[in-house]
Design a protein around this ligand. Structure first.
Ligand code: CP
Length: 298
């Protein structure tokens, strides 16, 4: 596929092949070379990991990377995203990574017969975050070599999380057994299609993977501020006591940025079973696999 906008566009074999490619890039440190290709990363929402690991992936593959600052672009003069992409393509850009607040912003781009460059989704509003999902899958695969029958809990701010939406769909499809936990206000009955809701204390000693989500304060109304930091941690988060009850082999994941002392006790972010830093590292290799897959299919 020329674009990478959602994991739903790929079958299980394609996804496993992308994960295996990413694992191999990490193992041997050899990357495909695209020195004649130009990339630009257009981030209309804040980002550290996704933006900079896409850039790192592009540079590791020898691509030419153009700078783009939304605040200094003609978007400020009212130019649309579509016309911005058309412009970047016209000047010779081959790959455009976009993060945008509008859900499914990419539909118009990938359906246009005038857009020939590759569009990669770096996150669309509360929609999807497929590159994060692929690096999460890579991290689980490195640990267990399979998704079949793994017991995985997704914990926290489920309704606001594009990471949760991407992950619940794909993990179920790959054969994992899913659970949800966190404040009931942030759970939507539509998630029942993918897994079961339960209190964290009922799940903590049985899951193989505990996937935490960031509490997205910026997307909440004032009324949600009833969760003080310590209340949230004690009721819904990974305290040291809960961590001590996890299976010996179980891992903790979080897409980051982490609210230390909210989703997880500050002292556990770098603990032995935490894969939070590994996820950041894997993000570069997963994104090399994504860019290779779209440029290869041109
Ligand atoms: N995990 C994630 O998407 O982080 P950034 O917002 O920093 O890119």
């Amino acid at each position: 596929n020329r674009h990478f906008v959602s994991l739903e566009q790929f079958d299980n074999t394609d996804i496993i092949n992308m994960i295996k490619a990413a694992v191999e890039f990490k193992r041997n440190g050899q990357f495909p070379s695209y020195t004649d290709k130009y990339a630009i990363n257009c981030f209309f929402e804040q980002s550290t990991r996704t933006h900079k690991s896409f850039e790192m992936a592009e540079r590791r593959m020898g691509m030419q990377v153009l700078e783009f600052q939304p605040s200094m672009s003609s978007i400020q003069k009212g130019e649309s995203l579509y016309d911005t992409v058309l412009t970047l393509q016209a000047i010779g850009v081959n790959l455009i990574v976009i993060r945008h607040s509008e859900e499914a912003y990419y539909t118009k781009l990938i359906e246009s017969k005038h857009i020939h460059c590759s569009i990669v989704n770096g996150g669309d509003g509360a929609g999807q975050h497929p590159s994060q999902s692929l690096l999460d899958l890579m991290t689980i695969y490195e640990e267990y070599g399979t998704f079949e029958n793994l017991e995985i809990a997704i914990a926290g701010d489920l309704t606001h999380s594009r990471v949760a939406k991407s992950n619940m769909q794909i993990l179920k499809r790959l054969g994992a057994k899913l659970y949800f936990t966190g404040p009931q206000e942030w759970y939507d009955p539509s998630f029942e299609e993918y897994g079961t809701y339960s209190a964290i204390d009922k799940l903590i000693d049985r899951v193989d993977v505990m996937m935490l989500l960031r509490v997205q304060h910026e997307r909440h109304k004032e009324s949600d501020s009833r969760f003080s930091k310590s209340t949230y941690l004690q009721k819904y988060g990974i305290t040291c006591e809960r961590e001590s009850r996890m299976k010996q082999s179980a891992i903790i994941m979080h897409p980051a940025p982490v609210n230390r002392g909210v989703e997880i006790d500050d002292s556990l972010v770098e603990c032995e079973r935490s894969r939070i830093i590994t996820q950041m590292e894997n993000g570069v290799y997963a994104r090399i696999a994504i860019i290779d897959s779209v440029l290869k299919h041109r």
